[in-house]
Write a protein that binds this ligand. Structure first.
Ligand code: SF4
Ligand code: SF4
Length: 355
């Protein structure tokens, strides 16, 4: 961008200093403090703000042991989750799952572990075709509908030509979910004697939640739950948390009903409830030039979850107010037992110290 700006300035005879990637990182998100650092390099102004942010970041860093990780995961109610569970039920861990790039790539994470390879966009079917010529175990190619139309079709034709014994699963959620919900060409069902294609079709959970005003959610009947953790270990739905017994976070549940089918003790039942979750910066008043609140400048921090609030504590100004919901929402890693959620009193104490 700066090169083009320099060219335009030069063509108009404008003599001025033009900076860009020499002062800003060439990749990653441009946060307010990174931009202020760049401006400081140019103008010498902004040192006070940078010192303030560095102090707050240091203080937050000292609470890092309380910041239980919350890795990305498939959305609650995502149809891909049920497909991964079904594939594992039928073909088990001995099959090789050749993956591709899209929101469904998150299925490689525990507990689903639904992908063994992920190379580049459209590689799943070609990889699977090659693998099938050398291994005896079943080979499955997993690809989303948008990726399929973008780069999977030629590989599927090649698969047919080479008569490769591969099961192709097209995860059709009727949308390009990862890059902003763009539409894609409609898919149809294909079957062949050699290669076989399964089209797993169900709209993206986010798309469905926008379409439906009322969602019929699910809940766990405490007296029926035997704490077997099957719903957590098999599904890993972020709406299901576990502490002694399973519990469904109503705000996150999109009502897909897959957990009801998975629970061996019929402890999960439908429960009618409206709801939704919000994560946003809100600014109002005179002189608002951007929707993004810089670090150390928020007057209020409204945290719907204690640890997530602590993770953003460095956004609150020194005399700002944190309003924190004390009910934890455990990430999948905690429900699976690979991480521990800190004691709630400790988290709240760190909220106070971090200011
Ligand atoms: S119905 Fe069950 S699996 Fe589906 S979103 Fe709700 S808690 Fe998750
Ligand atoms: S699968 Fe059913 S019984 Fe087992 S922990 Fe989940 S809700 Fe409880």
């Amino acid at each position: 961008m700066e090169r083009a700006t320099k060219e335009i300035a030069h063509s108009f005879g404008v003599e001025t200093e033009i900076n860009g990637k020499n002062l800003l990182p060439s990749y990653g998100e441009l946060s307010v403090d990174l931009v202020v650092r760049g401006i400081k390099e140019m103008t010498g102004k902004g040192s006070d703000y940078i010192l303030l942010v560095e102090d707050r970041d240091r203080r937050l860093e000292s609470h890092s042991d309380k910041l239980v990780s919350r890795p990305p995961t498939l959305c609650p109610g995502c149809a891909h989750r049920a497909m991964y569970v079904a594939l594992k039920e039928v073909l088990g861990d001995s099959a090789i799952y050749s993956g591709d790039i899209g929101c469904y790539t998150l299925g490689y994470l525990p507990p689903l572990r639904g992908m063994d390879t992920c190379f580049d966009m459209g590689a799943s079917i070609g990889f699977a075709s090659g693998l099938s010529k050398f291994v005896e175990t079943p080979v499955v190619a997993v690809i989303g509908d948008s990726t399929f139309f973008h780069a999977g079709l030629p590989a599927l034709v090649n698969l047919g030509y080479n008569k490769s014994k591969v099961i192709v699963v097209v995860m059709d959620n009727s949308i390009t979910a990862m890059t902003g919900h763009q539409p894609d060409p409609l898919t149809g069902l294909m079957e062949h004697n050699g290669p076989s294609v399964i089209i797993a079709k169900r709209p993206c959970a986010l798309l469905e939640s926008r379409r439906r005003e009322k969602v019929e959610k699910y809940r766990v009947l405490e007296d029926k739950c035997r704490a077997c953790r099957v719903c957590v270990i098999k599904l890993g739905c972020p709406a299901i948390t576990f502490k002694e017994k399973a519990k469904i976070v109503e705000d996150l549940c999109t009502g897909c009903g897959v957990c009801e089918q998975i629970c061996p003790f019929n402890a999960i039942v439908r429960w009618k409830e409206n709801g939704g979750s919000v994560d946003s910066h809100v600014r109002f008043g005179k002189g608002v030039h951007s929707g993004i609140i810089p670090k150390c400048k928020a007057d209020y921090l409204l945290a719907f979850e204690p640890v997530e609030g602590l993770r953003r504590a460095n956004y609150l100004s020194t005399d700002g107010i944190a309003i924190v919901n004390e009910e934890p929402v455990h990430p999948v890693s905690v429900s699976l037992g690979s991480e521990s959620y800190p004691e709630i009193d400790e988290v709240l104490l760190h909220h106070r110290i971090s200011q």
